[in-house]
Design a protein. Structure first.
Length: 429
């Protein structure tokens, strides 16, 4: 969530940055009105409190001197009524402002260029040169069917469209990739964690999936499911959801906690299945496993001080990139523009892998610095010199497992349609 103090002190600067993220003028005007109302109501409350303090002092002095204080007492009683009324107004305007702020994205930082969409993103660096084939390379879904690695039809039968079944060598490589990725992440200093894949709604507010992106989340019907009977009082009445990324669970491990500065940075990695409805993706990537409702992903999350976060973001980018480099998969770094930036991110570097069957680079990781945006929502702080400060949070895939499998199929295909195995992966099979 955006810092209300920054919003009140320099609304125009905040609005300018939010415009880079394509927040509409109507929303910005509503935000400005609510911010001004809150600021005015708070100033009125502070004025009444100051008047009450002054008159209370005078009341005490006059009473100690035996003077008539009836008029002062009436004034103080009236002030008390006004104060109660004004406090109610302040709370109402603050709640209205916070409700809107929960749906307002993070402001982009100086690393984020202007732009409307992915076409305005800036390529930073290319790593490895795409292989030249002496035949027309196939797309992964063709190779998967030819080699029996993925059963698309039975995945649909078991669930619905955008579900698939990995079989045989495809399933073995998927498992090998997970272990390979986790090993590299751990060697880079990230602690491996196994978390639940069901979370309560407070956790999703913490990392920013709720309330804005509820339509993309799979909800568990906890109110009627016997599985959730007898849950603790604080969990009753809440909704539960399948996670769309382990960024949610890894970041919220420290929900509403105060850490010691000496504990930071905290570097974490986890592999989980992820679940997304892919709302708004109708007609996109309908063939293959590029865009699925359920997919495996290995995640990196960092909890840092503000001074550490930029350096740690680079470490996360290099860690994810090293996986692709060891697999000898050509890829590139891309700085996302404001119009393509995610809700919670202040800046994001995408890693895109080369897919010869599609003859283009496709996203395989997004490494984002969220600065204190998620920390403010999730109340994650650290103590430094006796003062509590908000941490910075960062997250990124290292990597999306299914898309890495896709990249291996397309880059390691042979003329007869068979698929070779990357040397780095062979010890894991």
């Amino acid at each position: 969530m955006i810092d209300v103090r920054v919003l009140l002190n320099d609304f125009d600067d905040v609005a300018k940055k939010l415009a880079l993220k394509k927040v509409s003028p109507e929303i910005l005007n509503e935000l400005k009105t609510l911010a001004q109302n809150y600021k005015t109501s708070k100033q009125n409350l502070e004025s009444l409190q100051s008047e009450q303090n002054q008159k209370s002092k005078i009341f005490g002095i006059h009473k100690s001197q035996g003077q008539d204080v009836n008029d002062l007492k009436n004034d103080l009683d009236n002030l008390k009524t006004k104060l109660n009324h004004q406090e109610k107004i302040v709370n109402e305007t603050k709640n209205a402002l916070n409700t809107l702020l929960f749906s307002i994205p993070n402001t982009p930082d100086a690393a984020t260029p202007e732009g409307d969409n992915e076409n305005d993103n800036i390529e930073l660096k290319k790593i490895l040169t795409p292989k030249k084939f002496d035949f027309q390379p196939k797309e992964h879904w063709q190779l998967a069917q030819q080699n029996g690695w993925i059963d698309f039809e039975r995945g649909v039968k078991l669930a619905k469209s955008r579900f698939s079944v990995l079989r045989g060598e495809g399933a073995r490589i998927n498992r090998a990739l997970i272990n390979f990725m986790l090993d590299i992440n751990q060697k880079a200093g990230f602690e491996m964690v196994v978390t639940p894949v069901i979370v309560n709604e407070k956790m999703l507010f913490g990392t920013g999936q709720l309330p804005k992106f509820e339509a993309d989340m799979f909800q568990v019907n906890a109110q009627t499911d016997p599985l959730f009977e007898g849950i603790e009082d604080e969990g009753k009445g809440q909704n539960f959801y399948l996670i769309s990324t382990s960024e949610i669970t890894l970041t919220n491990l420290y929900y509403d906690e105060i850490l010691q500065e000496s504990e930071l940075p905290i570097l974490l990695t986890a592999q989980t299945p992820c679940f997304r409805k892919e709302a708004g993706s109708a007609g996109r990537d309908t063939r293959g496993i590029i865009r699925q409702h359920q997919f495996d992903k290995v995640e990196l999350v960092a909890i840092t001080t503000p001074e550490q976060s930029s350096e740690i973001q680079q470490k996360m980018i290099q860690t994810a990139s090293s996986i692709l480099t060891q697999l000898e998969l050509p890829h590139r770094f891309v700085q996302l523009c404001g119009g393509d930036l995610g809700f919670s991110a202040s800046n994001t570097v995408d890693i895109e892998v080369w897919l010869p069957g599609q003859n283009c680079y496709r996203e395989i990781s997004s490494v984002s610095n969220c600065q204190d945006f998620q920390a403010r929502r999730a109340k994650i702080r650290y103590k430094s010199n006796g003062k509590n400060n908000l941490v910075h949070t960062l997250n990124g895939s290292s990597l999306a497992v299914g898309r890495t499998l896709v990249a291996i199929m397309e880059n390691y295909q042979n003329k007869d349609g068979s698929i070779s195995i990357p040397n780095a992966l062979k010890p894991y099979l």
